[in-house]
Ligand binder design. Structure first.
Ligand code: SF4
Length: 143
């Protein structure tokens, strides 16, 4: 079983109320081969929502050394971490060993995320949920 970012299935769960549809991913979910999660919604954040970026990579956010902060300065670390753990709980419940997640997201990104300055600048790092998945042996790829 695979776990996928819900916005890739065409669900409008992104911060801006839109989706990032990927027909291949939507087909996997429709065929029952993948389960879709949106960690930020699972953490209790509304849609649409003010965008957030990480001050450090997701690994450090999970360890308490970095934060998720909205563009207007609100600390949403608690919601990001709670959503990541809820997504992991679902992934484990369905026996997922692979995840296909949305690239560059502060929750779902792998390898590259925005740098926390809201200037569009990218840095090396992982989103909070992606980091938690990898820490728990789930193979993560992004698109
Ligand atoms: S990238 Fe992840 S957290 Fe963001 S909308 Fe898509 S599924 Fe939700």
């Amino acid at each position: 079983m695979m776990i996928v970012s819900k916005c890739l299935t065409g669900e409008c769960c992104r911060y801006d109320g839109k989706s990032s549809p990927d027909p291949e991913i939507a087909a996997l979910v429709a065929a029952g081969l993948a389960v879709a999660v949106c960690p930020e919604q699972l953490g209790g954040l509304p849609t649409p929502r003010v965008p957030a970026e990480l001050t450090q990579s997701g690994e450090n956010v999970l360890l308490g050394g970095g934060r998720a902060v909205t563009r207007d300065g609100r600390n949403v670390t608690r919601e990001f971490v709670a959503g990541a753990y809820e997504a992991l709980r679902i992934a484990k419940a369905v026996g997922a060993d692979r995840a296909v997640l949305k690239a560059k997201s502060p929750s779902c990104g792998k390898g590259t995320i925005y740098d926390g300055s809201f200037s569009g600048k990218l840095v090396e790092g992982n989103g909070v949920a992606a980091a938690l998945f990898m820490r728990n042996g789930i193979e993560v790829e992004t698109r």
